[in-house]
Design a protein. Structure first.
Length: 592
């Protein structure tokens, strides 16, 4: 998941003006009253109410918290002689935390209230040092903000200290002030709250999208081949890559590219069998620059060969079987690290039998070297291995003489995903050729092996098959004229999944107002004679070049959506009137 800077995220937030203005108006008055050290009866009554008695929507914190009850307030008023000096000590230091005064105020408040009302105490302190402390006064909500920042923000975050709201509040305020400078802290005080709500919404959309991708990826695992179809701009290619990440087990595009388990190609009318499967390619054949032709694998065949590569454990299994054959009739001599030899025989079962040639005392005795122990040692496990010296020397013998490579994680369960973008734009039957048969989920692996069109040019009688661990995702716009050419034999071998415009709004995290605007437009398209749901506009049309929602709605209409709709409406009766009706729907009844 790509992270953004705190400044970038805050740049998309519109300040809560009403709350901001209330905060800027009242908080300096809180500070002034507290600095005066007055009896509570002498405070400005409006300020005292807003600061101490108001139980909901108070300007320091914008949601209802568990504030003081009427009895709590009465007891604290009676103890104001204890409270006032601490408020004064805090208010007199606007640029320096007063850790001891915070703790003392917390103790005094706790001593005179029926419950430990920490959020209410935090609110008192936050109102006295607006440049140092955060307006999120509930500990669990501040902790939630830290968690979400860690998930979505690239800035280095301060350490979260469990149970220490004062330190966490101070650190988070410094973080916002540093990121948004030179803005005045009083002007950015609403940002922590607003960013918390923004990231909650983003996190919820991410959760929905993750579930959506997980569902589609699980379906692909079952069916092997899938085509994602839907209106333009619904993020089908993006979804295909995310499904590939899920199956391959990586988190970023960079990791996907580096995995070697992902392939991508885009079909077009000139794309053919020689590009995809195999064919003759021109090569410079001699020093004089004469050109010849050489048989080369196409991108899909190369990809399948990579998926067929055996993991190192499979190579060891093959070596062990060959070694069994070699030592089943005549024992094989194996040397240890010191150069001494011992004999290894195989008489069936799960062990090799070892006889040492080093000592006459061992004459007539042999020792077991468990085959499973050889495999475990090869994989890096040394626990519980009996006759370790013999096991390790046999393993080294297999490496030296049977082509066993150094151990790497077994590739047997690796999944390989091949994406064919715009799959309908190529002449599919010609591009795939005889692989129509081999890509069928029921004929994957050697049982579906076929002779390719150039099989006579291979040495021997080579057969080719599509491995069971290869998954194919195609994408296509369902309004393209070439959709009709996608023949039914090929359609039967793919599961068809529609990606709707509504789903794209969630997948692309479109803001609610943008998603609503897109919904109005698509409803109008559905009701327009000659169009329908296949002509809906997907969420990608509302994204800027940076992949984030474009705030220039008029520009989105003029340069992206209107040209597309004109193309849709070309040749239809009353095209201009229909376009105007769609514009009105998009612009919210002409108000935009």
């Amino acid at each position: 998941m790509e992270k953004e800077s705190l400044r970038q995220l805050c740049g998309r937030i519109e300040v809560y003006r009403q709350w901001h203005d209330s905060y800027v108006s009242f908080v300096p008055r809180f500070v002034a009253e507290a600095q005066a050290g007055k009896r509570w009866e002498d405070w400005d009554k409006g300020v005292f109410y807003e600061y101490f008695e108001r139980s909901q929507g108070q300007c320091v914190a914008n949601v209802a918290q568990k504030y003081f009850t009427r009895d709590d307030r009465a007891r604290l008023k009676s103890a104001w002689h204890e409270v006032a000096p601490l408020l004064k000590a805090i208010a007199e230091h606007q640029d320096e935390p007063q850790w001891e005064a915070y703790r003392q105020l917390k103790k005094v408040v706790r001593a005179h209230t029926a419950q430990d009302l920490r959020a209410a105490t935090n609110r008192l302190v936050a109102g006295l040092q607006p440049r140092l402390l955060c307006s999120i006064v509930a500990e669990h909500q501040l902790e939630e903000l830290y968690m979400l920042l860690g998930r979505y923000v690239s800035d280095r975050l301060p350490e979260y200290r469990k149970g220490d709201w004062f330190a966490n509040s101070y650190n988070i305020t410094r973080l916002f002030c540093d990121a948004l400078q030179p803005a005045d802290p009083m002007d950015i005080v609403t940002y922590p709250w607003q960013l918390l709500e923004y990231l909650r919404d983003k996190d919820n959309k991410q959760y929905l999208m993750d579930n959506y991708i997980e569902e589609k990826a699980q379906m692909l695992e079952r069916v092997k081949n899938m085509v994602l179809t839907g209106p333009p701009g619904t993020g089908k290619t993006y979804l295909a890559r995310r499904m590939a990440m899920k199956l391959v087990g990586v988190d970023t595009d960079e990791q996907l590219a580096a995995s070697g388990q992902f392939g991508f190609v885009q079909f077009h009318p000139s794309y053919d069998y020689t590009d995809f499967v195999e064919g003759l390619r021109p090569v410079q054949s001699d020093d004089n620059g004469n050109v010849g032709f050489e048989l080369r694998d196409g991108v899909f065949k190369q990809f399948c060969r990579k998926a067929m590569e055996k993991g190192s454990m499979a190579r060891l299994d093959e070596a062990i079987e060959r070694f069994k054959d070699d030592c089943s009739e005549t024992p094989v001599k194996v040397k240890n690290k010191s150069g001494y030899e011992f004999s290894v025989a195989y008489r069936g079962g799960v062990t090799f039998r070892v006889r040492s040639d080093k000592s006459e005392a061992a004459e007539g005795r042999d020792f077991p070297a468990n085959i499973d122990s050889i495999k475990r040692l090869y994989g890096g496990r040394k626990d519980g291995i009996y006759n370790m010296a013999y096991v390790s020397n046999i393993l080294q013998h297999l490496k030296d003489n049977y082509g066993v490579p150094e151990y790497k994680a077994d590739m047997a369960d690796r999944k390989y995903v091949f994406v064919i973008d715009e799959i309908n734009r190529g002449e599919v039957s010609k591009v795939f050729g005889e692989l129509f048969f081999s890509i069928d989920p029921g004929y994957r692996g050697p049982r579906g092996a076929v002779a390719t069109q150039y099989a006579n040019m291979h040495e021997g009688s080579e057969l080719f098959y599509v491995p069971a661990n290869v998954y194919i995702i195609g994408t296509m716009n369902d309004i393209d004229r070439s959709v009709e050419s996608f023949d039914f034999a090929m359609r039967r071998r793919f599961a068809w999944v529609e990606v709707t415009a509504g789903e794209s709004a969630v997948n692309m995290s479109l803001p609610a107002d943008v998603a609503e605007r897109m919904g109005r437009l698509n409803d109008a398209i559905s009701e327009t004679e000659g169009l329908g749901s296949a002509y809906h506009v997907g969420g990608a049309y509302f994204l800027g070049t940076d992949g984030r929602p474009d705030t220039d709605i008029k520009g989105v209409w003029r340069f992206r959506i209107e040209p597309l709709l004109r193309e849709y409406l070309r040749g239809l009766p009353a095209a201009d009137a229909k376009l105007e009706a769609l514009r009105t729907a998009f612009m919210d009844g002409g108000k935009g």
